[in-house]
Design a protein around this ligand. Structure first.
Ligand code: ATP
Ligand code: MG
Length: 600
């Protein structure tokens, strides 16, 4: 049989490589900016059109390329950053694969204009769909300017998956944040459709850089700590327990100036706050790790955001202890014992790289604790639910005559609040016990949707609109669903890639604070990305109704109890709150009589 195996031609191979590294405009921005940083640039300009889909241009003042280098930089595996296999284990640059430029040139129109500092002229090379033209001499400043036009012009299937310009832009802003956060020495100007976006100059410190990117309000609340354990240095800026977010988007981990995603480090951050914040909340933390390049491997995935550490345990314990101690200092309590140094000095250290004790602990935490007590058996649950012992039943029988004087005379719209949480009222057949929060939540939800349907929703402008800071992707999420939110009476404007300003709310929700509304919305929009318009409206209404409803443990004035009861009487069929919890339990008169031994 004839041979069926053939070596793919270069254009196909490049396209396959591009599939791994270039997913969207933000991936191109990442590759180009990383190249500029590797070339020693200090100031970068990023220009975009149509969210980067039509044009991305990154211009730097780095060391540039000679015409000879320009001719080969678009060829696969052409790199100036490593020379042999050994170099792979001491990588200190962003790039080393020699894949980014040929990949981009295979799925877009790529033009590079570059001039070395000593050279009189610049040179230009073009690469489109894999076809190379040039280099030719051209005029241009020192440094390099890379222009990428018409992303995926020859891969319609990929182009289809690109989002609206707004969302792509948001991802680019997040990407730039991750790139520039660990490099306060670099300046950046971002322009979209000729409009100015991010504009940061060289900052004097990491904290100053956090301030430039996230604003004074957040930066001024951060605590800081740094520590060196052997060859590992950890520097962290982190929020006090009172500063939490609804998502983990405000947690950044960097290794030697590179943003990384690492489960162990995320776990360590979470664990550092254990017991200090609610489990559903997420802390704010910027963690900068520095270690010799031979202590980790970034050659795990083409995008290089995953890393394999030689000593993961040390990292986890180090981060966790630092955060815990920092929080303890803030609260004025005693610091915890130093476990990190112990791990660092442990003789078993070398063998801990992949599955050490701390890693096992992390897995238990993530996937269920081995040492937890077993769940109660059915018999135990039944015993716990047994209403009363025989003796208490007898006592209750004797006390019968007192009940009439303790219970207030029920009127049609009143109820007795007990434990600041439940409302008791007489019903025609017995006694109704209502959950005040669930009942109010259901009332708000029904009223809100009825007003939307009948176009009688009253919207109230906020007297003091308050800006709320978010991640750029979150701002984009909100903007994408603006129409649905307007139907609900929630309107806002965007003040920048990271800030929104809530402008109005339905009158029914007047008591909710703007940041709570926005945070609830973001969480819901993330979870409900696939929801159709009507379902999304219902889900958001349910969340905000829950937020606005009276809380468990809240004392209710008589007028509020009366309003709830009046609604209850008009809506006896409302069984559950919009999240499914029962609104009321009913104790039938006949059951009561049986419980009191009045009926055989
Ligand atoms: N802005 C720039 N200034 C100077 N030289 C550059 C610039 N961009 C790219 N180069 C040169 O072109 C080469 C190829 O770049 P490319 O991004 O394709 O590969 P890399 O950065 O070496 O590795 P990786 O694929 O991991 O990014 C680089 O090694 C570098 O020598
Ligand atoms: Mg590169």
């Amino acid at each position: 049989m004839a041979s069926v195996i053939r070596v793919l031609d270069q254009a196909v191979a490049n396209r396959i490589a591009a599939g791994e590294v270039i997913e969207r405009p933000a991936s191109i921005v990442k590759e180009l900016v990383e190249n500029s940083i590797d070339a020693g640039a200090r100031n970068l300009v990023v220009q975009l059109e149509d969210g980067g889909k039509r044009l991305i241009r990154v211009t730097d003042d780095g060391r540039g390329m000679s015409p000879e280098d320009l001719a080969i930089c678009v060829l696969p595996h052409a790199t100036s950053k490593i020379a042999d296999v050994d170099d792979l284990f001491r990588i200190s640059s962003f790039g080393f694969r020699g894949e980014a430029l040929p990949s981009i040139g295979s799925i877009a129109e790529l033009t590079i204009l570059s001039r070395e500092p000593g050279s009189e002229l610049a040179s230009r090379i073009r690469c489109s769909g894999g076809t190379i033209e040039g280099p030719v001499a051209a005029g241009g400043p020192t440094g390099t300017s890379v222009t990428v036009r018409d992303l995926f012009f020859n891969v319609p299937a990929r182009r289809k998956f690109l989002k609206e310009a707004r969302s792509e832009l948001a991802q680019i802003v997040e990407t730039l944040t991750r790139l520039f956060l660990p490099h306060p020495e670099l300046g950046l100007k971002l322009e979209h459709e000729q409009k100015k976006g991010m504009d940061i100059r060289e900052d004097s410190s990491r904290l100053a850089r956090i301030r430039s990117l996230f604003g004074e309000e957040l930066a001024s609340r951060l605590l800081s700590a740094d520590r060196t354990i052997g060859t590992l240095r950890i520097e962290a800026y982190f929020g006090p327990a009172s500063l939490t977010k609804r998502t983990s988007e405000y947690q950044y981990v960097f290794l030697n100036g590179r943003f990384i995603r690492d489960k162990a480090a995320s776990f360590a951050i979470k664990d550092g706050y254990a017991g200090q914040i609610m489990p559903k909340d997420h802390p704010v933390a910027f963690v900068f790790l520095t270690m010799p390049p031979d202590q980790f491997d970034v050659n795990v995935h083409p995008t290089k955001t995953e890393v394999r550490f030689r000593e993961r345990d040390l990292l986890v314990v180090g981060i966790r202890e630092m955060l815990r101690n920092g929080l303890a200092r803030e609260n004025g309590s005693r610091p915890i014992a130093d476990q990190a140094t112990r791990v660092a000095e442990s003789p078993r250290r070398e063998s801990r790289d992949t599955r050490g004790d701390v890693y096992a602990e992390m897995e238990r935490e993530l996937f269920g604790r081995v040492g937890d007590p077993p769940p109660p058996t059915a018999a135990e649950i039944a015993r716990a639910r047994e209403p009363e012992s025989t003796t208490t039943r007898r006592t209750a029988h004797r006390c019968h005559s007192l009940v009439g004087s303790v219970m207030p005379e029920p009127t049609s719209h009143s109820a007795l609040q007990i434990h600041r949480s439940y409302l008791l009222r007489e019903s025609p057949q017995g006694l109704e016990i209502l959950d005040q929060h669930a009942l109010h939540e259901r009332k708000l939800f029904d009223e809100w949707l009825a007003r939307i349907d009948s176009a009688t929703l009253e919207v109230q402008g906020l007297l003091h609109p308050e800006p709320v800071d978010l991640a750029p992707a979150e701002v984009a999420l909100l903007s994408d669903r603006q129409l649905e939110l307007e139907r609900l009476g929630v309107t806002f404007t965007t003040l920048g890639p990271r800030t929104v300003l809530l402008q109005s709310l339905p009158r029914l929700l007047a008591k909710v604070t703007p940041s709570e509304v926005i945070e609830d919305l973001v969480v819901r929009l993330k979870e409900g990305a696939a929801l159709g318009s009507d379902s999304l409206v219902r889900e958001v209404a349910a969340d905000l109704a829950c937020r606005a409803a009276v809380k468990f443990g809240q004392v209710l004035p008589a007028a509020e109890i009366a309003a709830l009861m009046a609604w209850r009487e008009r809506n006896p069929g409302a069984k559950n709150c919009p999240h499914g919890r029962p609104v009321a339990l009913h104790l039938d008169l006949r059951d009561l009589e049986q419980l009191f031994d009045r009926k055989k």
